[in-house]
Design a binder for this molecule. Structure first.
Ligand SMILES: Cc1cc2nc3c(=O)[nH]c(=O)nc-3n(C[C@H](O)[C@H](O)[C@H](O)COP(=O)(O)O)c2cc1C
Length: 380
């Protein structure tokens, strides 16, 4: 008998049973072929990390060519990707783990080099506040309708490939969030302006994907939605905006909400006088039957259990599952001493970490990816 609640099963809104409450967070591995098709390196990387976790969410896959955010990113933009996506779904669906494909468009968070000379697109022609960001062009109404269809088509491909579900990437400043954000969305048509109008695009994408599932899936297929609750920009998304979005998502046929946080227990990054954890505020307005996934700097079984004890349905882990692919299996075997919390360059081959992923981890995520030789180690 396990002492941990997180090892017990739970159920999503559509009735699909998940064997435990640990989720692998979506992480791009930057190791796909140039056209976004799957490499054997990626299959091997995911195969090593599946089988233990209840759900494994893949790195983001772009739903159309203009949605590509990075080199080596997965693509679900074309039927020609189907064979590789089927291999990926099959590799993940081991020992009961549910395979979820994260689908997205990068919007303005890309550049013309990645897009092979094309200008990035967004809700409006406003560049992101980051060094070297290019100014995107605003999508036309026709292109918006096409992008919604592209999300739906990607969902259909995911069904055909044998995935158990898709997650709409509405977080981390990408296109779905860009439409919701008053920073990146300055439109004056039905797709921008009021809070209601800024929600129109993400909600239309949810509807289109839900319709596709209804039409093409012959068994329950999971539809998840990932959000970032706040933006530091002025103007930017505030918690009150997110609460309004969550109230709308409550009434949509989604099966879980995934809250993207740097630290699972973090409070507002905008109003620092408010110390209440953000996930509690979201949970307070979430429909009772809609499970919540929370992510952010979780590493030890005690940290995961504490989060589950506080009423969160699922705990997602990112970097810890890169360092320790067998995390769940080790907890199940009561072999917690063997869990790795740091990473050594000697482990690269064993962990199936490719050079582009290593480079990404050592640059963008260096502080959160401690080497075994580092002085600052993860707090246990
Ligand atoms: C290498 C790497 C790639 C990532 N790629 C994605 C992605 O494709 N989609 C996404 O929603 N989040 C992505 N993230 C964010 C993670 O899903 C997660 O939210 C973040 O790493 C915080 O969780 P952690 O502290 O457990 O690592 C990525 C993170 C890392 C480290």
């Amino acid at each position: 008998m396990t002492k941990y609640k997180f090892l017990k099963p739970d159920t999503l809104r559509n009735g699909v049973k998940i064997k435990n409450r640990v989720v692998m967070s979506p992480m791009t591995e930057q190791s796909s072929f140039e056209d976004g098709s799957i490499t054997n390196d990626e299959i091997n990387y995911y195969r090593l990390r599946t089988g233990g976790v209840g759900m494994l969410i893949t790195g983001c896959a772009n739903v159309n060519d203009l949605g590509k955010g990075f080199e080596g990113e997965l693509s679900v933009a074309d039927k020609s990707m189907l064979l590789g996506l089927s291999r990926l779904a099959n590799a993940i669906k081991m020992n009961g783990t549910k395979a979820i494909l994260q689908i997205f468009s990068a919007g303005r968070m890309t550049n013309s080099k990645v897009l092979r000379g094309q200008q990035p697109v967004s809700a409006s022609a406003v560049s992101a506040l980051r060094h070297g960001a290019e100014t995107p062009r605003a999508l036309s109404e026709k292109e918006i309708t096409q992008t919604i269809e592209d999300f739906a088509k990607a969902t259909k491909l995911a069904i055909e490939a044998g995935f158990d579900g898709v997650e709409l990437h509405g977080a981390n400043t990408y296109l779905l969030q860009q439409f919701f954000s008053p920073h990146s969305n300055r439109r004056a048509d039905q797709w921008g302006g009021s809070l209601q109008n800024r929600m129109r695009f993400p909600l239309a994408v949810v509807d289109a994907c839900a319709d596709t599932i209804k039409q093409f899936a012959d068994s329950p297929f999971i539809l998840g939605y990932r959000i970032s609750p706040e933006e530091i920009e002025e103007p930017g998304i505030r918690i009150s905006d997110t609460i309004a979005l969550v109230s709308q998502l409550n009434n949509k046929p989604i099966d879980y909400l995934h809250l993207s946080l740097a630290d699972a227990w973090e409070s507002s990054i905008v109003d620092t006088s408010d110390q209440r954890p953000v996930f509690e505020k979201i949970k307070a307005v979430l429909a009772d039957d809609l499970p919540l996934i929370v992510v952010g700097h979780l590493a030890t079984p005690a940290q995961v259990e504490k989060l589950i004890d506080s009423g969160v349905s699922f705990a997602a882990m990112g970097r810890e599952l890169i360092r320790e692919p067998q995390w769940v299996q080790k907890v199940e075997a009561e072999d917690e001493q063997a869990i790795r919390y740091t990473f050594s360059l000697r482990d690269l081959n064993e962990l199936k970490i490719t050079p582009p992923l290593l480079n990404f981890l050592m640059t963008a995520f260096r502080r959160g990816f401690p080497l075994s030789t580092d002085k600052h180690q993860l707090k246990r």
